[in-house]
Ligand binder design. Sequence first.
Ligand code: PGA
Length: 260
Amino acid sequence: MSKRTPLIVANWKMNKTTVEAVLLMQDILNRLNPGEMDSHEVVVCPPFIDLKQVATVIEYDRSEVRLGAQDVHWRPDGAYTGAISVRMLAAVGCRFCIVGHSERRQMFREGDQEVAWKLEALLDGGIAPILCVGEPAEVRERGRRAAEDFVLQQVKAALSTVDTALAAKLAVAYEPIWSIGTGAAATPEDAQRMAAAIRDCLRQLFGDVAERLRILYGGSLNVGNVAMFAPQPDLDGGLIGGASLDAQAFSQMVQLWRDQ
Ligand code: PGA
């Protein structure tokens, strides 16, 4: 049995106007059993523009669900048109923030350096980063070893300058790019193998602290497959995209993870 509190994260991506986001959040809260929050941590990451209203819904419900953001800029303030800082996220109530999602790496050309800067800014500002790593299809086709090399390189690039004292807040999400939004999830065994390799790498970087860090799987998680990932010893939760936009599916997935 894992000593780590499972972490289930909803990534709404670029979906939902503010009104729609409020309705979805209310629907999720109505379906989540408050008792579920004792043993699990649930985080919802809406678009920036919806954060304030979603925070109000969570507060009004007195829910333990946490608010997260999907991205952040590493500078504290200044002339960075369109960007949002750690301080702004903290002020609106964010406790978590996704960093280095493959959609940001690929579509917005974010490199390892930007990911490392964002991560450091988040840790300094007291927001828990959820670092996303994962290999593209062409790397996976070269075999498990190639996929592992690729992913561990991303982990090291993001974390090698992180202070061990701050590392305890961190979570890492393994999201193979070929599995995101495709309906083709990794097998639970492959996800576990990669999570174990990531934990080994975290041990090298942070020693015993690695045992406390949560490693998530993400990529086409749904009601039908989530229960197979939950019992894997190095998997401590899930990062859920498409299925998190459906309140019934998402709340059911939280419960399925808990029941394992
Ligand atoms: P998906 O997305 O669940 O829709 O595959 C996961 C993610 O990108 O975080």
